[in-house]
Design a protein around this ligand. Structure first.
Ligand code: KIV
Ligand code: ZN
Length: 530
């Protein structure tokens, strides 16, 4: 077969692979994640440091909160030097498109991403529209977006279960109406690499025009990264990805995996490059994990804590002799390096702020004061404080400060092998203090029960995991708790040298998140669908 339409370019460099990060939109649709505007801003700033080309910042029509978050990112991150372009998601309704642009208009570069479902399953059961109606929606929605900006992306949702002829008709209509990027969503993760690659190639050959082809792969069969790479090999020049592979259900293709695969196996993607600063990937991964409460699986490719750990003697021997024996990625190339000791008990406020600045963490005012007193408390208990420790406490403090919710004020526990464990907690919310004492079958159980009582938030603890931020007897304990309340699952994280205190912090963070999601569910007017 001959190429009727060589790699579409929409005026771009044909080898440049556009990295479109959707952590703040599709990633935020992961069960139990609810980021507020300030947390989203933190993540967007890190994504800008990573060097992604686009940040899909949210779905402005979904709620006032989503709108404000997209607007805040467009106004700040979207105007920094070399800023990524900021994108908002929109249904085809004209009022949605207008609202989306309203949120984006202050960014130096703004993109509207218009989508509508095209599979029979979605059209019959969700949209209740026939093909002619969907086509009309595509034309009007994309044309309206094009009145606002010349950067318009179109997605036929559930493309991989859409009859091919209809999908091509819809895509052609969107190009005619002004779409400059055609995204092919594997919404339910149904694709298989060679099949998905062939689909991308087919679209490229059949749809004339000056546009960029894009992949958006979900991970229901664990194939999101493989399908994305097959798409790139077939000519896609935009990849839609999320940090840590977050996203609806099993998630989306992981930013760090796709970027590193293209880089490490450049022989398979001749001439294809990204502008990602890979040394920032690990930090992005940790930040997203902390602010979402979603832990990073130990053996997660590229950013997992075991990604560069060698257990067997033969492997250790090999790596000591020469790293290339068992490692294809240099840990420092993705920011996964043994981090240095940075501060100690005698370090003052100035050194603290200075170190954070060097780490690229921007924190000011009350949040800085709060983080500094957490640092001082920690320095009394731990001799050497590393960048990892600092990152953990600062993320927790920033998160707590930004999120209107409960904060742990004090905790007193008694337990051991004799007597019934008992805990007294004081939590604060909006200046008010709430105190409760409870017993339990262990100190952590008693603490959680006391928090439940103090906050009045009835939730079931469905999971609690403890790990350490760094090694050593005085390492910071890192606790993740998962709660379920009113059919909603959430997680929260807390750190401390004391695991009972870390558990209390994690529990309080999860309760705050639950309260926020419940409020947001009431506020949300629109759901995106799968
Ligand atoms: O998975 C999907 O289809 C989506 C679209 C909105 C692009 O996230
Ligand atoms: Zn998606």
């Amino acid at each position: 077969m001959t190429d009727q339409h060589p790699t579409p370019s929409a005026g771009a460099d044909a080898g440049h692979l556009i990295v479109f990060d959707t952590t703040l939109r599709d990633g935020e649709q992961s069960p139990g994640i609810s980021l507020d505007a300030a947390e989203k801003l933190e993540i967007a700033e890190q994504l800008a440091r990573v060097g992604v080309d686009y940040i899909e910042a949210g779905f402005p029509v979904a709620s006032q909160g989503d709108f404000e978050a997209v607007q805040a990112i467009a106004r700040s991150v979207g105007n920094q030097p070399d800023a990524p372009a900021i994108c908002g998601l929109s249904r085809t309704h004209l009022s949605d498109v207008d609202r989306c642009w309203e949120a984006l208009r202050d960014a130096a570069r703004g993109r509207i991403h218009v989508f509508i479902s095209t599979s029979p399953q979605h059209m019959q059961h969700m949209l209740k529209m026939d093909e002619a109606q969907v086509l009309a929606e595509v034309r009007s929605g994309v044309a309206r977006a094009r009145e606002h900006t010349d950067d318009v992306e179109f997605s036929p949702q559930d493309a991989t279960r859409t009859p091919l002829d209809f999908m091509l008709e819809v895509l052609a209509a969107s190009v005619e109406a002004g779409a400059t990027t055609l995204n092919i969503p594997d919404t339910v993760g149904y694709g298989i690499p060679w099949d998905f690659g062939a689909l991308i190639q087919h679209v490229r050959r059949q749809i004339p025009g000056d546009y960029i082809l894009s992949t958006h792969c979900h991970n229901d069969l664990g194939l999101a990264t493989a399908n994305t790479l097959a798409g790139v090999q077939a000519g896609a020049r935009q990849v839609e990805v999320c940090v840590n592979g977050l996203g609806e259900r099993a998630g989306n293709a992981a930013l760090e995996e796709v970027v590193m695969a293209v880089r490490i196996r450049s022989d398979q993607f001749p001439g294809v490059t990204t502008t990602v600063r890979t040394e920032e990937l690990a930090r992005a991964s940790r930040l997203v994990s902390r602010l979402t409460g979603y832990p990073i699986q130990y053996n997660k490719a590229v950013v997992g804590r075991n990604a560069f750990a060698h257990e067997s003697g033969i492997h250790q021997h090999g790596v000591l002799a020469d790293r290339s024996t068992y490692e294809i990625i240099d840990a420092s190339a993705v920011g996964q390096v043994g981090r240095q000791i940075v501060l100690g008990k005698h370090s003052g406020r100035h050194a603290f702020a200075d170190t954070l600045e060097k780490m690229g963490v921007s924190i000011h005012g009350d949040a800085l004061n709060q983080a500094f007193s957490r640092f001082k408390e920690l320095a009394d208990r731990k001799v050497e404080i590393t960048e990892d420790d600092l990152e953990a406490i600062v993320a927790e403090e920033v998160g707590q400060h930004l999120v209107e919710g409960y904060a742990l004020h004090s905790l007193e526990v008694a337990g051991g092998t004799v007597g019934v464990p008992r805990a007294t907690v004081v939590v604060v919310r909006g200046g008010d203090k709430f105190e409760a004492t409870s017993e339990g079958n262990g100190m952590i159980d008693a603490t959680c029960a006391a928090i439940r009582q103090a906050t009045g938030v009835d939730a079931t603890l469905i999971g609690l995991t403890v790990s350490s931020v760094t090694s050593g007897i005085d390492a910071l304990g890192d606790v993740v708790v998962q709660l379920e309340g009113g059919g909603i699952k959430v997680s929260g994280r807390g750190v401390s040298t004391d695991v009972v205190e870390a558990s209390a912090r994690a529990y309080v963070a999860a309760v705050s998140r639950l309260v926020r999601i419940q409020a947001r569910h009431e506020e949300r007017q629109v759901e995106v669908g799968p």
